[in-house]
Design a protein around this ligand. Structure first.
Ligand code: GBH
Length: 487
């Protein structure tokens, strides 16, 4: 590939869109007002399972401050705002409608449109109604109908005003961390070799049902897709064929788990099916722990995304675990995967242990997506970086977005990849799930000590604004070296 190390000074194609993102549980607060039901994240946090013992009860209080948020979006100059809808605000028990909650998103959407900002709605960003979790949540196949009904109500209410829909945000995260290792709500970890697969199976079907409901039943005129997360997996030793295969497996068993059914043929990647079947046999089980789709289900799932939504932040160095091990150990998704990973010590850190700053990894994963799923419209639905300080002089975040966006530009200009937009995570500091308020990703600082949750622009907001105004780059970068924040 051309110009790997060189900064590329050029503009994006005219139609390329810049946006900023948040999610309901991370910014809204108002956790029990106007009839909202508890979500699994309310329950999880109220049980003191978050690192700093914090909760999303108030967060940025966007439920009351949404007009201010829209002023920030205006200042940035973004074309769209990606936000999510809280299922338990719309349906407190996951089933019954709540007019007050429905009204909130009408107000938010109307205010965005009045300000010429395109609303992009994520239907599910991890805040499942607790009442549905009480019946097994994503492990119960009835979630497929529940999710379709919820999505249908959103289409009926907002479909005339919203042209961009994302069914699920990062199913990998909520099935593996929620139902596998228990790091995230609902915190289930008792069967990590089965439950993540079952939850994923239901999530993929639920996604497909919402997709079909939008186009066939509601007859929506906009676009609807899914957002999957994947960080680039560099072979630890790029000359070692085992490590090259490890890189491939690492992506197939993570991104491919969801992308292969949706974009290729309605079914899981072959490597996943074979590996899990083999290991299940070695474990003396009757059949594979990976569930199977029927032929009708495969047909229903295949082709259910109008764009390729991708969240990507970092890069790992991938290599194989001893392949004879998994069959001797207790069933576990991570053992099935059989991948170990490292970071290159030269990669700068951030406020999150998993997030190292590796701009070129974004260009590589975009190429991998095109090579494996064809020439599709790719929408980067999240990219960004954390620190633990919330400093307003966040030159490291400014450099991060310049350098990562520049890699997107190279992917577009040199590699001919059809990336249609870039979304910064996040508009403002917010509730960072299991890490509470200890990791800040915002372009705007939020004062969580202050009852008004005052928002203040960081240097990175200025930087992003300039990139948006220039629609790319007019000057050389890497002038600002990346300074990792003290952990
Ligand atoms: C996104 O998740 C979320 O959509 C967003 O809500 C969140 O605030 C934001 O990013 C920042 O975290 O170590 O094997 O568990 C990204 C979640 C976190 C998923 C790191 C993969 C590492 C894989 N990613 N995680 S592992």
């Amino acid at each position: 590939p051309k110009n790997v190390d060189q900064f590329h000074i050029d503009k994006f194609p005219e139609e390329f869109m810049f946006g900023a993102a948040t999610s309901a549980a991370q910014v809204e607060g108002g956790w029990d007002v106007d009839g909202k039901g508890a979500s699994i994240w309310d329950t999880f946090a109220n049980a003191d399972k978050v690192k700093d013992k914090s909760t999303p009860q108030i967060a940025c209080d966007s439920y009351h401050n949404y007009k201010q948020d829209i002023v920030l979006l205006k200042q940035l100059g973004v074309k769209f705002y990606r936000f999510s809808i809280a299922w338990p605000r719309i349906m407190p028990d996951g089933i019954t409608r709540n007019d007050k909650g429905i009204e909130y998103y009408h107000n938010l959407i109307d205010e965005l449109k009045m300000n010429q900002i395109i609303p992009m709605v994520t239907i599910y960003h991890w805040d499942l109604p607790q009442s549905l979790e009480n019946y097994g949540g994503w492990l119960n196949s009835s979630i497929v109908d529940r999710f379709r009904n919820y999505a249908h109500l959103l289409f009926e209410e907002y479909g005339g005003k919203v042209d961009w829909w994302i069914t699920l945000n990062e199913p990998w995260v909520f099935v593996v961390k929620g139902y596998g290792n228990g790091e995230f709500a609902p915190g289930i970890s008792d069967d990590p070799g089965r439950k993540p697969y079952i939850a994923a199976h239901n999530a993929i079907k639920a996604h497909a049902e919402a997709y079909h409901d939008y186009h066939d039943n509601y007859k929506g005129k906009g676009k609807i897709g899914i957002t999957l997360n994947i960080d680039w997996q560099e072979p630890k030793d790029p000359y070692n064929p085992d490590d090259i295969e490890a890189s491939e497996w690492a992506i197939q068993t993570f991104l491919g788990w969801f992308a292969h059914p949706v974009y290729i043929n309605g079914d899981y990647p072959d490597v996943m099916k074979t590996k899990i079947a083999t290991i299940s046999t070695e474990q003396g089980l009757g059949g594979s722990r990976l569930p199977e789709f029927t032929a009708a289900e495969k047909a229903r799932i295949n082709g259910t995304s109008d764009f390729f939504g991708i969240n990507s932040y970092s890069t790992n160095l991938a290599y194989k675990d001893d392949p004879s091990r998994a069959g001797k150990e207790a069933p576990d998704y991570f053992k099935d995967r059989g991948i170990l990973s490292d970071f290159d010590p030269s990669w700068p850190g951030s406020g999150s242990t998993w997030l190292k700053v590796v701009p070129w990894g974004l260009r590589k994963i975009l190429n991998w997506v095109k090579n494996n799923y064809g020439d599709r419209e790719i929408l980067i639905t999240e990219n960004g970086v954390s620190d633990n300080t919330g400093t307003l002089q966040d030159s490291q975040r400014a450099a991060f977005i310049r350098n990562y966006i520049n890699e997107v530009l190279k992917a577009v200009k040199y590699d001919g990849i059809n990336v249609i937009g870039y979304t910064a995570w996040s508009l403002m500091d917010n509730f960072e799930w299991q890490s509470g308020y200890t990791e800040r990703f915002g372009l705007y600082h939020v004062d969580f000590e202050d009852a008004n949750r005052t928002r203040t622009p960081k240097s990175s907001a200025q930087e992003f604004h300039k990139i948006i105004v220039d629609h790319g780059f007019t000057t050389e970068s890497k002038a600002e070296p990346y300074h990792p924040s003290p952990l």
